[in-house]
Design a protein around this ligand. Structure first.
Ligand code: ATP
Ligand code: MG
Length: 588
């Protein structure tokens, strides 16, 4: 098919739009693929829509290939199922809630676990009906706190979500594996290199969970990659190794010391190492100090409870890791008012003995996994200007549990093999998740098993960011001059630029080439515009990023065309008579 630039609904922009933060966003706007319609909401122009539809089609083909069946739900959903699962409140401010004319509550679906569960419950009742895998490609709504980078994080976006229903855990594992392998194929076809990482299961109550991340500095996720073994995990899901308990029989009794003028951990450590009474053979270091960090957790009903986390002084609490751990509760800073309400907490000198559910303040206290039994610490003495030295975990203090939420750093030891890990950033493209029985239980999805007994079904849920993929592909496939689409998703196969003067042979030659290419089934973007300089046409062709550009220009007089392969980065002159065949072969 021939698509003529003279009539195509598109305008390219010469300058970078101020709203665009990252290359894909800038290029998709400049090349006329999308326009912003609302905060976090984008209009697809013809070229962009073709890419979106091709991405959808690849996802659809691979889902169908594993035997999943496509359905389609409304985006406007009733409240009741989300009340039953708890997500009407748990989703917090991210959920778009609205009312109809009678004042009945609705929501715009952020993801559809509840609806799929009820659909299967509605129609199926026997183990013989299982397994079943259903999916949809649909617009989702989330009131994201920070819509960002155009299509990468929208408030309205396209997702493929699928759900598996099985009788038992082995079935769930097979369903999960099938989706996982479909995803590997999908991302390969989309031209996205992805790393599969362990993910947090969060509040959904499931077990195994992995994410497909496209490594990119523009990504919002960070993950670790072990330099030796195959351990890969989202930093949210990294579980550090727990050291074994040392021998504490020689550790002296805890001693409270005056520590004036020690505003930083380093000044504190220096002071201790200069004092005879607490000096050690191995000098005190920042990682021997125990820092107690206070936060407030906000519940869905608006109430707040304090939480204290003890981490070695050379680390910080990573708020994203903490948020992932406590979700759906939200993390808020522990403010001046919170201190004022608890005058026994001395800011800067908070020690373990003021913390814990058993202490008068009743503050839940969790410790970093490195704080194992028998380790000796320097920490706050709960008195202004005073620290305590040789406070031994298990001997002198205890906590309510463990929180593995300290920051993860480049070169940290791999929990599997202890080799150094590398930290990278990535864009979350997909997520596979063994949900288990949580939704089936609360919504009453049971089937009769072989023995005629009612059994709760076990589920998986699996998502692909379809509109996000358009941005991610653009982010991975561009250069200084423009987009550079992989053939699998390019809006057109070839861009033919007529670049001569009115009345010369270039227009008929370009038209004829386009007709031959089109006849062979290719989609041809033909720049047949008049009144636009050749320079502008070349620039537009480079910007728009079709995998092949053919320049029908001065060479026509000598019987040749210029063929640029944007993916290979090559330019070749091809005789007019052979041009069509040459291009068809390249596009095959
Ligand atoms: P994120 O951590 O990026 O917010 P998520 O973990 O909340 O994503 P899921 O609920 O797992 O996302 O949704 C499945 C997929 O949908 C994600 O892997 C991602 O590709 C895509 N997605 C999620 N939120 C957005 C969004 N706001 N805009 C575009 N795509 C999104
Ligand atoms: Mg996710």
């Amino acid at each position: 098919m021939i698509h003529r630039l003279s009539t195509l609904f598109v305008r390219t922009l010469r300058d970078d739009p101020a709203e665009a933060e990252i290359p894909s966003h800038r290029l998709l706007l400049r090349a006329g693929y999308i326009r912003r319609a609302a905060p976090g909401g984008y209009t697809w122009l013809p070229l962009g829509l073709r890419v979106l539809q091709r991405v959808e089609q690849i996802v659809r083909e691979e889902m169908n290939a594993i035997g999943a069946q496509e359905v389609h739900f409304p985006a406007l959903l009733p409240r009741e199922p989300y009340d039953a699962s708890g997500r009407w409140t748990d989703y917090g401010p991210n959920l778009f809630r609205l009312q109809d004319r009678r004042g009945v509550d609705y929501l715009l679906g952020p993801t559809h676990e509840e609806m799929f569960t009820l659909l299967v419950k509605d129609l199926y009742s026997s183990y013989k009906d299982l397994p079943v895998w259903l999916y949809q490609i649909q617009t989702k709504y989330r009131d994201e706190a920070r819509p960002r980078a155009g299509l990468l994080r929208g408030r309205e976006f396209v997702m493929k979500d699928s759900y598996s229903f099985d009788l038992d855990d082995e079935g769930l594992q097979r369903s999960y594996d099938a989706h996982r392998s479909a995803y590997v194929k999908i991302f390969a076809r989309l031209g996205l290199d992805v790393v599969i990482v362990k993910a947090m299961s969060g509040a959904m109550g499931g077990s195994a969970s992995e994410e497909f991340l496209a490594p990119s500095v523009s990504g919002e996720d960070t993950f670790v990659r072990c330099s030796q073994c195959d351990y890969r995990a989202n930093t949210e899901a990294v579980r550090i190794g727990t050291p074994s308990a040392p021998d504490a029989s020689d550790t002296p009794a805890a001693l409270v010391v005056d520590t004036p003028n020690t505003p930083t951990i380093q000044t504190l450590v220096d002071l201790l190492n200069s004092r005879q009474d607490v000096r050690r053979t191995i000098p005190w270091a920042a990682h021997d100090t125990l820092k107690n960090v206070l936060v407030m957790l906000r519940h869905a009903d608006g109430s707040r409870t304090p939480l204290a986390i003890g981490v070695p002084g050379d680390r910080d609490v990573d708020m994203k890791r903490l948020e992932a751990l406590v979700s759906p509760l939200e993390v808020e800073p522990f403010g001046e008012g919170d201190f004022a309400a608890r005058p026994t907490l001395i800011k800067g000198y908070i020690g373990p003995n003021a913390l814990g559910e058993g202490q008068p303040l009743g503050i839940r206290y969790l410790l970093d996994p490195r704080v194992v039994a028998n380790t000796a610490w320097v920490t706050g003495a709960n008195a202004p200007g005073r620290h305590v030295v040789n406070l031994v975990c298990g001997r002198d203090f205890s906590a309510d549990g463990v929180a593995d939420v300290a920051d993860v750093r480049d070169n940290d030891a791999c929990p599997m093999c202890s080799a150094p890990m590398r930290i990278e950033r990535g864009i979350e493209m997909g997520h596979v998740f063994q949900l288990g029985r949580k939704y089936a239980e609360v919504l009453g999805l049971q089937v009769l098993d072989e023995k005629g007994k009612q059994r709760v079904v076990t589920m998986g849920s699996y998502g692909v960011g379809v509109s996000r993929a358009v941005a991610a592909i653009a982010e991975m496939h561009h250069d200084e001059i423009g987009l550079r689409w992989p053939r699998s998703v390019a809006p057109m196969d070839v861009h033919v630029v007529i670049a001569g003067k009115a009345g010369d042979q270039t227009a008929p030659a370009g038209e004829q080439l386009a007709a031959e290419l089109s006849a062979s089934g290719l989609h041809v973007l033909l720049d047949d515009r008049t009144g636009v300089s050749p320079g502008v046409r070349f620039k537009d062709a480079e910007l728009m990023g079709m995998p092949m550009i053919v320049i029908v220009g001065r060479g026509v007089a000598n019987g040749v065309l210029e063929v640029r392969d944007r993916i290979a980065g090559t330019t070749t002159e091809v005789p007019i008579a052979e041009a069509a065949q040459h291009i068809i072969t390249c596009c095959a």
